[in-house]
Design a protein around this ligand. Structure first.
Ligand SMILES: Nc1ncnc2c1ncn2[C@@H]1O[C@H](COP(=O)(O)OP(=O)(O)O)[C@@H](O)[C@H]1O
Ligand SMILES: [Mg+2]
Length: 155
């Protein structure tokens, strides 16, 4: 039923559960699995507060920090992809700069995904009943089926 599955992870415990379930589905359907990790050098709030016109985004310091984050993502993705390949799953990693939901949607469009998998949320405590911002945003724009893995029990 599924041939191209996209899953998002930031290597949090809950996201790892989403990857685990996406891997089980990829295995069951002999589907390709695209693992997306989005990174951003600037905190979202800060990013919104810094107009592009300040030129801050173009400084060597920001470029260096961004490069370090990209390498960290590549390392994570290499590990995940190797693990999946060990199970016979055709897996590919995608390190994308920017907003996680946009990154997941962009890869899904490009790969013509028929399923997107994300965890429900990464928060704990009183925020337990809130849907994370990533699944919330993806759900409004998804071009295909979306599986929101209930991760409350793994927190
Ligand atoms: N940086 C990221 N890159 C790719 N996917 C992510 C990223 N951050 C979160 N996700 C996906 O979104 C799910 C929920 O996380 P999130 O919405 O960030 O929750 P919270 O708002 O509670 O931190 C994760 O389980 C993961 O599947
Ligand atoms: Mg988060």
């Amino acid at each position: 039923m599924y041939t191209n599955i996209v899953v998002g992870t930031d290597d949090s415990r809950t996201a790892r559960e989403a990857v685990r379930q996406a891997a089980d589905l990829a295995e069951a359907f002999s589907a390709a699995l695209h693992v997306v990790t989005a990174y951003s050098v600037l905190h979202e709030g800060l990013l919104a507060a810094v107009p592009a016109s300040t030129g801050l985004m173009g400084t060597p310091e920001v470029a260096e920090a961004s490069e370090a984050q990209r390498e960290q993502c590549e390392d994570l993705l290499r590990d995940v992809v190797n693990q999946l390949a060990g199970r016979g799953i055709k897996a590919e990693g995608h390190a994308v700069a920017g907003d996680p939901a946009s990154a997941i949607l962009e890869v899904a469009e490009r790969q013509q995904a028929d399923l997107i998998v994300v965890g429900s949320r990464g928060m704990t405590g009183a925020k337990r009943f809130l849907l994370g911002s990533v699944p919330n945003k993806v759900s409004h724009h998804t071009p295909c089926n979306l599986l929101i893995v209930q991760t409350a029990q793994v927190e």
